[in-house]
Design a protein around this ligand. Sequence first.
Ligand code: NAG
Ligand code: NAG
Ligand code: NAG
Ligand code: NAG
Ligand code: NAG
Ligand code: NAG
Ligand code: NAG
Ligand code: NAG
Ligand code: NAG
Length: 580
Amino acid sequence: MEALRSKYSNPFSSFFFFYFFSAVFLIFHALPTADAKTHYHDFVVQATPVKRLCKTHNAITVNGMYPGPTLEVNNGDTLVVNVVNRARYNVTIHWHGVRQIRTGWADGPDFVTQCPIRPGGSYTYRFTIQGQEGTLWWHAHSSWLRATVYGALIIRPKEGESYPFPKPKRETSLLLGEWWDANPVDVVRQATRTGAAPNVSDAYTINGQPGDLYNCSSKETITVPVDSGETNLLRVVNSALNQQLFFKVANHKLTVVGADASYVKPFTTSVLMLGPGQTTDVLITADQPPARYYIAARAYASAQGAPFDNTTTTAILEYESAGCPAKCVVKPVMPAMPAFNDTATATAFTTRFRSPRRVPVPNNIDHNLFFTVGLGLNNCPPGARPRNCQGPNGTRFAASMNNVSFVLPSNFSLLQAHQQGIPGVFTTDFPANPPVQFDYTGNVSRSLWQPVRGTKVYKLKYGETVQLVLQGTSIFTAENHPIHLHGFDFYIIAEGFGNFNPSRDTAKFNLVDPPLRNTASLPVGGWTVIRFVADNPGVWLLHCHLDVHITWGLAMAFLVENGVGELQTLEPPPADLPVC
Ligand SMILES: *[C@@H]1O[C@H](CO)[C@@H](O)[C@H](O)[C@H]1NC(C)=O
Ligand SMILES: *[C@@H]1O[C@H](CO)[C@@H](O)[C@H](O)[C@H]1NC(C)=O
Ligand SMILES: *[C@@H]1O[C@H](CO)[C@@H](O)[C@H](O)[C@H]1NC(C)=O
Ligand SMILES: *[C@@H]1O[C@H](CO)[C@@H](O)[C@H](O)[C@H]1NC(C)=O
Ligand SMILES: *[C@@H]1O[C@H](CO)[C@@H](O)[C@H](O)[C@H]1NC(C)=O
Ligand SMILES: *[C@@H]1O[C@H](CO)[C@@H](O)[C@H](O)[C@H]1NC(C)=O
Ligand SMILES: *[C@@H]1O[C@H](CO)[C@@H](O)[C@H](O)[C@H]1NC(C)=O
Ligand SMILES: *[C@@H]1O[C@H](CO)[C@@H](O)[C@H](O)[C@H]1NC(C)=O
Ligand SMILES: *[C@@H]1O[C@H](CO)[C@@H](O)[C@H](O)[C@H]1NC(C)=O
C-alpha cells in the first residue's frame, strides 16, 4: 500500500507516465501496479430451474449457476462486472469484504450505496482490490436473494509473490449455504406481513448440494479429491442466510491461515465456527488411511428455544488412492459435531485468532462508541389486524442498534443523498451510546423492548479513529450476532460475556496482534470491541449478517466525509448508477 501511494503521488515517476499513456481510464478508479490486471465479467441475474430435496424451484441465479461463478484475481487487480437483471425482482450485488476505497458506488447494499437494478436494468460494478489477500465472496444485497445469488471471490497474492505458508497442492472453495423448499423471497415476505419469525430452511448446502443425509441428494454430493500426503487449502465461506455453522472434516486437523481476506497466525483445530459473512482459509494434510471422510457443517444455534434448521450438510473428502471397498461400499467416516448450543467450543475457536505479527492498532481514539445490538418486539399498531401481528403475544418482531430499528430510504440511496446534499433522506443523529443504560444481559424490563424506527447515520471525519463496543442484549432472547461492517476491515481487540465493564475489561484489550476482519462474532449475551480508522469516504452499512435480523432493522450506517485532495475523496458516481 505504502509503495503504491508514493508511486502514485509522484507524477514524475516513470510508472506514472507508463500508465498515463497506456491505461488512462484506470487512473480514475485504481492504483495499478506494474502487473495488475483488469477482469471483465458479465453477470446475468435470472430465474433458473434448480432441483433440490426432490423438488424443482425457479431459483434466482447468476448465469444459471448455483452457487454463482467464482471470481479469481490477484491483489491489486481491478474487477469490472456488468450485472444484467433478467429476473422479476430488484437486485444489487455486494462484494463482501472488498474495501471499495473511494468506490462506494460499487459496494452494493440496496438503498445504501445505490438504488436497486430493476428488472430489465443493468449496472457495471468497477473496483480495485487493494491490499487484501485470501477469500472473500459476493452476494445479492436486496431482499433475501442472496439465498441463491452468491459466489466466491478468491484473491491470490500479486504475481511473483507467494502465500506466507507452503504452497498448497490444490485449492478448493467450500461455500456453505442454506436452501428452502420454497421461494426465499416468499419466506421473507410472509414474515414481513405477519410480523412472525420466518420459516427456517430445509437444508444446508456445500457448494449448492445438501449431501448424503438428505432425500434425493446423495448422487450429487460434492467430492473433494486428495492424494495421500499432500497439503491442500480449503477456502470455507459461510454464505448461509440465517445460521452460524460448525464445520469439521472427520479425522483431520485443520490449520487456520486466514480469515476475511487477511492472514492470521496459523493455529490448528478440529472444528471451525463461522457466522454468515465470515470466511476461513485452512490447510488440511491428507495424513489418514486412504478412505472417504465426511466434511460436515451444522448449526451453532445460540438463542435458547428459538427454532432453527437442525439438519447436517456433508461433502466427501476422498483419497484418490483408496480402493473399491473403501471408495464404493464403506460409508464415509462421519465427524462428531459439537452440540448445537456449544458456545464454549464456538468461543474457544473465535478467541484464538491473532494477526501474524504486531499490527498498527489505532490508539488515540476520536470516537468512543457503545452500541447495543439485539432483538425487540413492536406492539401491534392500533387498528392493525391480528394476522399482521403474529409475533410473540400478538406483537411484531423487530431488532435494533442503540434502540434504533433501521429503516431503508426508498427515494434515494443514502450515498447519493449525502453526495448530492439531498435533504430529508436520513438524519445524522445516530446515538454514540444507548439512550437508556440497563442490565443489557439480565432480565430486561418489558418497557424497554420496543425500539424506535429511524434512518440515522453516525458521521465521521476522514481519518478519525473509532473504538466501538458492540454489546448484545437479552431483549426477547440473547443470541450470537455476526456483525459486518462495509468499507473497512477492523481489529477485534477483545470479546467477553455479560455487560462490558470498561474498568475491568480494558485490561483484556489486545493492542499488539489482534485479528483484522470484516465480520465479528458477537458472543451470545456478551460484547466485542473493535477498532478502525475512517479512511474511506462514503456511507457504510454496519449490520447483523443474519438476514432475518437485517430484515427487522439490525443495522446502522457510518457516513465518512471526504478528506483533503483526490485520494481522500469519493469518486463521482458512475453514469449508469441506478436511480430509484
Ligand atoms: C412456512 O411454513 C408454514 C408451515 O409449514 C407453511 O404453511 C408456509 O407455506 C411456509 N411459508 C412459505 C413462504 O413457504
Ligand atoms: C425423506 O423421505 C421420506 C420418505 O418419503 C420421509 O419420510 C422423510 O421425512 C424425508 N426426510 C427428509 C429429511 O426430508
Ligand atoms: C431436529 O428437530 C426435529 C423437530 O424439532 C426433531 O424431531 C429432530 O429430532 C431434531 N434432529 C436433531 C438431529 O436434533
Ligand atoms: C444445551 O442443550 C442441552 C439439551 O439439548 C441442555 O441439556 C444443555 O444445558 C444446553 N447447554 C447450554 C450451554 O445451554
Ligand atoms: C407472553 O405472555 C405470556 C402470558 O402472559 C407470558 O408468560 C410471556 O412471558 C409473554 N411472552 C413475551 C415474549 O412477551
Ligand atoms: C424522500 O423520502 C422521505 C421519506 O419518505 C421524504 O421525507 C423526503 O421528502 C423524500 N425526499 C425527496 C427529495 O423526495
Ligand atoms: C423478569 O422480571 C419480571 C418483572 O420485571 C418478572 O415478572 C419475571 O419473573 C422476571 N423473570 C425472570 C426469569 O427472572
Ligand atoms: C426505546 O425507545 C422507546 C421509545 O422511546 C422506549 O419506549 C424504549 O424503552 C426504548 N428502549 C431502550 C432499550 O432504550
Ligand atoms: C424496486 O426498486 C424501486 C426503486 O428503485 C422501487 O420503487 C420499487 O418499489 C422496487 N420494487 C420492489 C418489488 O421492491
